[in-house]
Every structure is written in C-alpha cells, then in structure tokens.
Design a protein around this ligand. Structure first.
Ligand SMILES: [Cu+2]
Length: 124
C-alpha cells in the first residue's frame, strides 16, 4: 500500500516536469520571419521561383530594378508594390498549398503580361 502511494507521487512529479519544456517550445516559434529578397525588372522576377511553407510567415523584401511593378498572387491574396530603386518589406503567410503563378499587377510596358514567377507552397 505504502509503495503504491509513492509510485503515484513519482508519476505526478514526472508529469509536472514534462509540462515545463512544453511551454518553452511555444517561445521558440517567436523567431524572426525568413527574409526573401525579390527583384522585378522588365519583364520578369528574380528569383524566377521560390518555395514556401504553408502557414509560415515570411518577410518579402521587394524592389524593382527599373520601373514600378507589383507581385500579385490572387489566390493567396497578395498584391505588393515593387517600387523602383526602393525596398519594401511585406509580411506574407501563404495559407494554401500548391503551385501558384505570381504576375505583375501594374502595367509596365509591352512585356507586362509575360511577367511571372512560380511560388511553390508546400507542407511542413
Ligand atoms: Cu510589370
């Protein structure tokens, strides 16, 4: 009888010890978002494709090397301006998996419709 009680007490101590690391895990998620630099230029983007993880927040570091463009993905609710010679940071969290084609939402000349970039969104 006495032994059973101490076993139960030990089990309780073990459970309390386990609850500690679980809350520390929550803090590890407060890391700075990964920065992804993207350049637009008549008539394309650099890089031409990127891979992101669904549900993760990224900081898009956007600029244009010539005239104003934008980076638009309708399905992911993104349409960010890309200013000429100036950087803008845009926080972006893709919430759908799949292969998406980003295009330019700002008319920039004869090749405007040809501007595209592939964004792969994968699971973790
Ligand atoms: Cu454009």
């Amino acid at each position: 009888m006495k032994m059973n009680t101490s076993v139960a007490a030990l089990a309780l101590v073990g459970m309390l010890a386990l609850s500690g690391p679980a809350s520390a895990k929550g803090r590890a998620r407060d890391v700075e978002p990964q920065v992804i630099e993207i350049h637009a230029k008549k008539f394309g983007y650099e890089p031409e494709q990127i891979t992101l993880h669904k549900g993760e927040t990224y900081k898009l570091h956007l600029t244009s090397d010539d005239v104003p463009h934008s980076l638009r993905i309708k399905q992911l609710d993104l349409n960010a301006k890309m200013k000429a010679g100036e950087f803008d940071d845009v926080l972006f969290t893709p919430e759908q998996m799949g292969d998406f084609t980003a295009d330019c939402g700002l008319y920039c000349g004869a090749g405007h419709k040809k501007m595209s970039m592939i964004v792969h969104v994968v699971g973790k």
